[in-house]
Every structure is written in structure tokens, then in C-alpha cells.
Design a binder for this molecule. Structure first.
Ligand code: HDE
Length: 719
């Protein structure tokens, strides 16, 4: 077989191929004796070799030394950013061909299921930090396509803090724990971060997103994903279109409350990781639709902002998102380290039909990712790790290096050659070879920022103005919280001053919380710009902005038509009304929700008709923050027991504070009267009292709405 044929026969589009390829590396220990790494059977794994019964351990004990040496080197450097992550396997399938815009095969062939591996992450914290930090989430997808690996290494926020790669180390240093005392972990609420931000007004758009509820997602399965930069699609004719990538979760975009996030961080720091794992294990496969915004090359300059500026998004109201396919995550990794930790993403892993733009942030990333793998994975051969291998073969003349796995046959490791029959040969374009977009480039070398990037506030304003009232309040609360943690008064003042460019109400309310009268900053705001850039330029840009509001930016408009995978807490005790409990449980499960029984102890609960329920948790071992809604089982006897449990009252009060749906079974007054719910029950559609015919229907509809954020004030400050 010639090499050319060989290449073709290895090309596979079968979704299971990556998973089956990985299976070749899985160690199956069933019915196997313990061995050393050399395959020698070990007959005592309990004791080291000693000179006598109570004697010193012998250096000769090669079995002990092998085991300890390997253990000593079990850790690798964690990622500089995005250290904390969770991954899953799945596949992507296209709904319709994008052949008009791109020649990428996985975007043109609707019959193909392309295997993917996705890693979600927080950015600032270390690998062992809490999932619920206020932070941007990484959303990195590796497509194992038939033309090689394509990585879409995005975030759950569509813009970035900075415009130029030169500032990335500064940004990251500022948000990481402060270098003298290594405090705080996984938090932006400290002086160095806000010091940097107060001097980088280009960050203000992303700050609005990071201070919004997008930064405390309910679940990794309920986040949007964005490619952030503008990329290029190139079709067979070489024609270019600009493209922005979007992932839209089928479950909608939902968040938790900030107070709730801080409690979850203590109760279950693995909340997101566990949620993703459990959903996949139980067959509730997370799904996202892929969307693209496509802009013809000739429209590059039609916008009020620069498409190359990563602090800007293209509002969906200006260029609609075209939904083109769906990604399904259907398999958890077999081994966290081998897969989730060792996966190596890179925005420079491209396939023909997709190309970069000159976005100066993206251009810097193209250097960083391979470089970081060299120190993290320790070898230029990281592509040989099972999780990183393309499903098509690798054929080149690269050789050797630390931990080389491939055994390259023959004498030839150069090209051109005759001794190897000219192989591996250069692919022709028609064979799927990569060719860069034939972009015209001429100009002078320059170390400067384009004046087209000089607009830091108009989209920050668009974002804030497009939020619902509760969402705006959450942003005000978040910035007030973060700045109250900042010790240096002048930093707080500078940030509040910048907020005046975005929205006066925002600036005044944050100012009020901090005891600061907002003052517009004077003079030059951004070190990165030439000295003649002055604040009035910002204002004129805001004035020119034609779009004043964009619904697509608000989470309040998200999907609210289902309760799939919602976690519902049923609080029960002996004597609980069995019939009502079963009816609600069955109805919720039919709609895809997950019911958990929570009781004072783990002993089986005897109901009023003598059937028993087995508790999943005790009131002391879990907390309302781990659930989406609460149902208090009906019945006088059960209520009498629960009314004496402070944890039951606390459970309901906390769910109430966090704007969740709360259902009360019939005859639960003994508990109800002790909770804060009694203050507002008549004015609160998410408090549902049992006994009525439409109880189940109302409960389900209310859970689907996720939260009654609009009642937060009323629930927390009853008049
Ligand atoms: Fe990254 N980024 N980044 N980044 N990034 C890394 O690569 C970097 C940026 C993103 O789950 C690192 O393998 C630079 C934007 C994700 O493994 C590192 C710049 C976006 C992940 C790196 C950026 C991202 C990373 C650390 C500015 C959204 C996690 C470990 C020029 C579009 C991928 C690694 C995973 C990881 C560098 C900016 C997303 C150090 C220099 C913008 C999702 O190479």
C-alpha cells in the first residue's frame, strides 16, 4: 500500500473511533496479578524488605524504590491559567453543510459524527480550587476530525479583558493570589486585580460580564461558549468570510446566586465537576448547538467597532447566529489525569477551511499554547499522548525527544528523499493540505494600538443597559462586594470613576455602597494608547453607538421550557403523605428532573400508608444550595417532626433567600409558620401550597423558570 492510500484508509469519521483508540491504552486489571513496571509479579505489597524483623529497610528493595519514585513524580505543573477543569468525551454532528463558507470537512459533511473532547475550567484558581469561584469559564473543544485535530479554545464570555497579548501576563499576575502572601485563592476580589483593571479601561466590557451572573453558572451544562476572536472561514474557491463561534446549551443559560455560590464552595467545592459527571453517568447527555455569525470579507469595516478587537462582540441583533450543528457529551473520562489533565489545546490546531485573523490577542495565543505544553507535559512529544493524538495518522520526519512513543521505521527522516520513495510526501491542496488565507499584507512595522480599538465603554454600556433589573442589581452587588475587599481607597475610586462612562445609576449605586462620590477620571485613561487619546473620545464613541439594547445579552431571555436534570430536594420524615409524594416524584421524573429524599437521618422513612422511602441525604449532610427547588412532604406527623429540626427550617429559608421554587405539601403549617416563606406567600408565584389540583403543574412550571430573581428583594426584605 502506498503512503497515500495508507493515509486515506486511516481517515475515519466514526464517532467511536477516538474512544476506541483510547481504549487501546486502558489498563484492565481484572484477574491480573500485581506487577512492577517491568512486568515482574509482586507477592508482597504490604511490607518493605528489612534486614531483620525489626531491622532497617534495605536499599536493595527495588520494588519499594520503584513504587516510591513513581509516586514522587505523580504531579506535573498545573496549567498557569485554567488549572481547575473537568472534561468529557462526545461527538459533534452538523445539521446543514457550511460548504458555501468553508471547506472544513467536519463542517460540510452532515453524515459525519466527529469525536470531541471538551474541557471546562475556571481561570484564576489552582487545580484544587472551588468550582463556584466568580470567574470566567474556559470552554475548550478538541474536534478529532478526519483532517486532523481542530481546537476551538473558547470561554463562556464572548469578549476578553485585554486587546493585546503583551498584557496577558500582567492581567494574570494581577488576578492570581498576591505574590507576598499567596492570598486570595480563586478570587478577583483583591487589590492587585482591581488596581490593574482601574488602569486598563479596555477591560470594562469584560468586567461587566465577569461581575454578572454569567461568572457563577448553575452548571457547566448551562453555559454558553464563545470562540471570542473573529476567525476566518475559507471555502473551496479561496473566498473568505469572517466568523464568530457560539455554543448554545439546550438547557438554557442559568446561574446561581452569589451568596449561594459562596456556600456551595464550602458544602461541595466539586459542584460543577460532580454535576457534569453525574449527568453523563445517568444518561442525561449535555448538549450544545453550534452557532456561527458569518460576515462577508467585504463587510469588515461596516461596524462601529473593529472585528479584530477581542473586547468587542458582534451583537446577534446585527448579525444573527446561524445554528449549524449539535455537540453531545456522552462519556466520562476513564482517568482524570490521562485525559482531562494531559489534554493539550491550542488555538493553532487548525484544519483547512478555518484560519486566523490578525486579532493581536489571538496572534499572541498562537505562540503560547505549544510553549506552555513543553513545560507542563515536559516533552515536544505531547501530541503522542492518547488524548492528544489525531484519529488520522501522523506522518512526518520529526524524531526522538523525551518520551517518544512512536517507533519510526526505516532510514529516512528527511525530505526530499529517494530512499523512502519520497514519503511522506507533501499533500496537494486537493488532498486536504492546509493553505493559509491569501491575505494581502503591507504596512510598516509598528508597536502601537490601532485607533479603531479606542472604544472601551460603548459595549460595556450596551451590556449593562440590556440586562434585566435583577441582573443589573447583581452586577452592582458584585462590583460592590469585590471593591469592598480592595483595601486601597484610590483603586476603588478609580474603578467607580470608570463606571460613570457605562451607566450613572451603576456608578452611583456602587459609589453609595463604598462611600464614594463617583468622579469621571481626567486625563489619559489607558497607558496602552498614545498620549493624545483623551477621555472625550470615549464619550463620542458611546454617543455614536446605534444599538442601545440587545436582548441576546440578557440571561433572563434564556430557555425556560423544561426541568431536565433539575435537582429537587424532597424533605420528608416519618408519617409523610405517601400518595402526594409519589405523584409529584413521578411527575418530576417524567419531565427529566432528579428527586432526592432528605430526612433527619438515613433510616428508612415510614410514610402514612406504611410504604417506606429511603433517604439519599440527611438534613445535616447536605444543604439547599445543592438543589434547584424544594418540596416539603405533606402530613401533620411528618411536619411535627420537621418543625423541631432547625436544619429543615434553615433549608427552606435558604432556598427561599436564593429565589428557588418551594412547594409545601398539605398539612405542613407546623413547618411553614416557622419559615420566612410565610411573609410573602400570597405575592410569590414560586411558593406553591399543596392541596390544589394544579399543584404539580404549577410546581413544574415554576422550576422551569429556574429562579424568581425579580422577587429577591421582596423575599429578603419583606415589608
Ligand atoms: Fe488561554 N491559555 N491565553 N485564553 N486559554 C491557556 O494553555 C493564553 C485566552 C483558554 O482546558 C494556557 O494549555 C494567552 C483567551 C482556555 O486546557 C496558556 C492569552 C481565551 C484555556 C494560555 C490567552 C483563552 C486556556 C494555559 C492571551 C478565550 C484552557 C494552559 C494572548 C478565547 C484550555 C494551556 C484547557 C489555556 C495562554 C487568552 C481560553 C498559558 C497568552 C482570549 C479555555 O497557554
Amino acid at each position: 500500500m502506498t503512503n497515500k492510500q495508507n493515509l486515506k484508509s486511516k481517515t475515519t469519521s466514526d464517532e467511536s473511533s477516538k474512544v476506541s483508540q483510547l481504549q487501546q491504552f486502558v489498563t484492565d486489571n481484572a484477574e491480573k496479578a500485581l506487577t512492577t513496571n517491568q512486568g515482574l509479579k509482586i507477592n508482597d505489597n504490604q511490607n518493605s524488605l528489612k534486614s531483620s524483623d525489626r531491622g532497617a529497610t534495605l536499599l536493595e528493595d527495588f520494588i519499594l524504590r520503584e513504587k516510591i519514585t513513581h509516586f514522587d513524580h505523580e504531579r506535573i505543573p498545573e496549567r498557569i491559567v485554567h488549572a481547575r477543569g473537568s472534561g468529557a468525551h462526545g461527538y459533534f454532528q452538523l445539521y446543514e453543510s457550511l460548504g458555501k463558507y468553508t471547506k472544513a470537512k467536519f463542517l460540510t459533511n452532515t453524515n459525519v459524527k466527529t469525536p470531541v473532547f471538551v474541557r471546562f475550567s475556571t481561570v484564576a484558581g489552582g487545580a484544587g480550587s472551588t468550582d463556584l469561584a466568580r470567574d470566567v469559564r474556559g470552554f475548550a473543544v478538541k474536534f478529532y476530525t478526519e483532517e486532523g485535530n481542530y481546537d476551538l479554545v473558547g470561554n463562556n464570555i464572548p469578549v476578553f479583558f485585554i486587546q493585546d497579548a503583551m498584557k496577558f501576563p500582567d492581567l494574570v499576575h494581577s488576578v492570581k493570589p498576591e505574590p507576598d502572601n499567596a492570598i486570595p485563592q480563586a478570587a478577583s476580589a483583591h487589590d492587585t486585580f482591581w488596581d490593574f483593571i482601574s488602569l486598563m479601561p479596555e477591560a470594562m466590557h469584560m468586567i461587566m460580564w465577569a461581575m454578572s451572573d454569567r461568572a457563577i453558572p448553575r452548571s457547566l451544562r448551562m453555559m454558553e461558549g464563545f470562540g471570542v476572536h473573529t476567525f476566518k472561514f475559507i471555502n473551496e474557491e479561496g473566498k473568505c468570510h469572517f466568523v464568530k463561534f457560539h455554543w448554545k446549551p439546550l438547557l438554557g443559560v442559568h446561574a446561581v446566586a452569589w451568596d449561594e455560590a459562596t456556600i456551595i464552595s464550602g458544602k461541595d467545592p466539586d459542584f460543577h465537576r460532580r454535576d457534569l459527571w453525574d449527568a453523563i453517568e445517568s444518561g442525561n447527555f449535555p448538549e450544545w448547538e453550534l452557532g456561527v455569525q458569518i460576515i462577508p470579507e467585504e463587510d469588515e469595516f461596516k461596524f462601529e467597532f473593529d472585528l479584530l478587537d477581542p473586547t468587542k462582540l458582534v451583537p446577534e441583533e446585527l448579525v444573527p447566529v446561524k445554528i449549524v450543528g449539535k455537540m453531545t457529551l456522552n462519556k466520562n473520562p476513564d482517568n482524570f489525569f490521562a485525559e482531562t489533565e494531559q489534554v493539550a489545546f491550542h488555538p493553532g490546531h487548525l484544519v483547512p477551511g478555518i484560519d486566523f485573523t490578525n486579532d493581536p490577542l489571538l496572534q499572541g495565543r498562537l505562540f503560547s499554547y505549544t510553549d506552555t505544553q513543553l513545560s507542563r507535559l515536559g516533552t515536544p512529544n505531547f501530541h503522542e499522548l492518547p488524548i492528544n493524538r489525531p484519529v488520522v495518522g501522523i506522518h512526518n520526519n520529526q524524531r526522538d525527544g523525551i518520551t517518544r512513543h512512536g517507533i519510526s521505521k526505516g532510514k529516512v527522516s528527511y525530505e526530499p528523499n529517494t530512499l523512502g520513495g519520497g514519503c511522506p510526501f507533501q499533500a496537494m491542496m486537493k488532498d486536504g493540505g492546509f493553505t493559509s488565507h491569501n491575505e494581502r499584507v503591507d504596512g510598516r512595522k509598528i508597536r502601537n494600538r490601532s485607533s479603531s480599538f479606542l472604544d472601551h465603554f460603548s459595549q460595556a454600556k450596551l451590556f449593562f443597559d440590556s440586562q434585566s433589573k435583577p441582573e443589573q442589581q447583581h452586577i452592582i452587588d458584585a462590583i460592590s462586594f469585590e471593591l469592598a475587599k480592595v483595601q486601597t481607597v484610590s483603586i476603588r475610586e478609580r474603578v467607580v470613576g470608570l463606571l460613570t462612562y457605562i451607566n450613572n445609576d451603576l456608578a452611583n449605586k456602587v459609589g453609595e455602597n463604598l462611600g464614594i462620590t463617583p468622579q469621571k477620571p481626567t486625563g489619559q485613561l489607558n497607558m496602552s494608547y498614545p498620549a493624545d487619546a483623551n477621555p472625550s473620545d470615549y464619550e463620542s464613541k458611546i454617543m455614536q453607538m446605534s444599538l442601545k439594547k440587545a436582548d441576546s445579552l440578557s440571561m433572563s431571555k434564556t430557555v425556560k421550557d423544561n426541568i431536565k436534570t433539575r435537582q429537587i430536594a424532597f424533605i420528608i420524615a416519618n408519617g409523610v403523605d405517601a400518595k402526594a409524594t409519589k405523584i409529584l416524584k413521578n411527575s418530576l421524573e417524567k419531565e427529566g428532573a432528579v428527586v432526592h429524599f432528605i430526612a433527619p437521618t438515613l433510616a428508612a422513612v415510614n410514610s402514612d400508608d406504611k410504604t417506606t422511602f429511603t433517604p439519599n441525604h440527611t438534613l445535616k449532610s447536605t444543604s439547599s444550595v445543592c438543589f434547584d427547588a424544594v418540596y416539603l412532604g405533606g402530613g401533620k406527623d411528618s411536619s411535627a417532626i420537621l418543625a423541631k429540626c432547625p436544619e429543615a427550617i434553615q433549608f427552606i429559608n435558604q432556598a427561599y433567600k436564593h429565589c428557588k421554587t418551594i412547594g409545601f405539601g398539605a398539612d405542613t403549617e407546623a413547618v411553614f409558620d416557622k419559615t420566612n416563606v410565610k411573609n410573602t406567600k400570597d405575592k410569590d408565584p414560586a411558593v406553591i401550597i399543596g392541596g390544589s389540583d394544579d399543584f404539580v403543574k404549577k410546581f413544574i412550571e415554576s422550576v422551569a423558570n429556574h429562579r424568581v430573581w425579580e422577587l429577591e428583594d421582596q423575599r429578603n426584605n419583606p415589608s
